[in-house]
Design a protein. Structure first.
Length: 413
């Protein structure tokens, strides 16, 4: 698909999602009752965020904090819109408005849960299988006090439940020193959707340039947070879980699932005797899900958190996502670079050189199984078509190694 067609498809999907999310948050309201007015930023053609239109101070704060654009040009446009709101000139830069149906909406429920009036801004993200309503919650003083997520289908309900459990576990049960994760403020149901409300972390602040060593220290702390173990891959719970996931995808008849299952099982068999260290990983530790400061590392979006996975998965994931999304590297080139550079990428995590390539390849199989299980391609996700970038690389490495002996890593790293 050409870039122009991809852009048009993304715009169409965003506009459709805008209508869907408004209906989810304000369902079936009586039109005779006054609704909630929102400003569509930057406009209806390519909506990215809804901000409340009733209070300019709140609207400006909501827009300033909903995200921190990576590109300088995007930040300048965002900042100009914030100043327009503060000066009362928003109709010039942000002319598009919408009004929800009347009646009770999610903000009424959240006000009851939190015990004070709330104002909401709503993120309108790109097409992804795990896209769900994500709400920034502000109080009457324009302070961001919480974030909320709603599970609105089978996948997102599962993810909200998983993030609820992970947030509770890490914030209440684990002794984190360098890392800070949100606190769980509420977990329940609303209008048939499961709902999670967490404390707000300063996601909108400028990141500190503290170097990769600090990030790796945070990844190692998370890996150890729930305990760790060392065992041959073939005897691990992780290997059994991954085999089960791959078989389930094949049984479901997902496209290319048999190819992925063959690749995964070949790797699991080949490295069955290789000893690896197993611990926890965030599951999506990427630049947009963390903020580093001089004192602590803030970390959020814990819906993919998992224990008992090979050490180094977070470091591998960060490199791949940073290369593709932040640096604009071609996905196939990024995958090849990850595998080739695995020893250097994973050594700071304590992964021995002989364990680095199997760890990187297992991570890629795990990631492919996630995308396939989420039906990411069907949802329109940019990297959902695994056959175009990820599977060929895995098959190439399997073929290259087919006749090569495997050096087992027997000692402690």
């Amino acid at each position: 698909m050409s870039r122009a067609l991809k852009t048009a498809d993304d715009l169409r999907r965003r506009a459709t999602y805008l209508a869907e999310v408004v209906d989810q948050l304000y369902p079936g309201g009586a039109q005779s009752e006054p609704g909630r007015p929102y400003i569509v930023v930057p406009g209806r053609r390519k909506p990215r965020v809804l901000i409340p239109a009733t209070d300019r101070k709140v609207a400006a704060a909501a827009l300033a904090r909903y995200a921190r654009p990576a590109a300088r040009g995007a930040r300048l446009k965002r900042d100009a819109a914030v100043w327009a709101l503060r000066l009362g000139l928003d109709r010039l830069l942000l002319p598009h408005r919408l009004t929800t149906g009347g009646g009770e909406g999610i903000d009424d429920h959240l006000a009851s849960v939190l015990g004070h009036d709330v104002h909401l801004s709503v993120h309108i993200g790109p097409a992804r299988a795990n896209r769900k309503p994500v709400l920034q919650i502000l109080d009457g003083e324009a302070e961001t006090v919480a974030f909320a997520k709603l599970g609105v289908n089978a996948l997102t309900r599962e993810l909200v439940d998983a993030e609820t459990a992970a947030t509770r576990r890490l914030s209440e049960l684990c002794d984190l020193k360098l890392l800070r994760v949100p606190k769980l403020l509420h977990a329940g149901n609303w209008n048939g959707h499961n709902l999670m409300v967490t404390s707000a972390l300063p996601a909108w602040t400028a990141p500190a340039d503290l170097g990769p060593a600090r990030r790796i220290a945070g990844m190692r702390e998370l890996a150890e947070a729930c305990g760790s173990s060392r065992a041959p891959l073939g005897e691990s719970d992780y290997a059994a879980r991954l085999r089960g996931r791959l078989k389930a995808l094949t049984d479901r008849g997902e496209t290319d699932a048999d190819t992925l299952q063959t690749a995964g099982e070949t790797l699991l068999d080949r490295y069955a005797a290789t000893e690896l260290t197993f611990g926890a990983w965030h599951g999506d530790w990427a630049p947009w899900n963390t903020r580093e400061t001089a004192e602590v590392i803030y970390l959020w979006d814990l819906e993919r958190f998992e224990t008992g996975v090979p050490y180094g998965f977070d470091a591998a994931h960060y490199r791949l996502q940073d290369d593709i999304v932040t640096r604009g590297t071609d996905p196939t080139t990024a995958v090849l670079g990850l595998v080739a550079g695995a020893p250097a990428t994973l050594a700071p995590m304590g992964v021995a050189p002989s364990e680095a390539e199997p760890t990187a390849l297992l991570y890629l199989v795990d990631l492919a199984a996630r995308y396939m299980g989420d039906q990411a391609e069907r949802a329109g996700a940019a990297l959902g078509a695994l056959g175009r970038w990820l599977l060929p690389t895995l098959l190439r490495h399997i073929a290259r190694q087919r006749s090569a002996p495997t050096e087992n890593a027997g000692g402690q790293c």
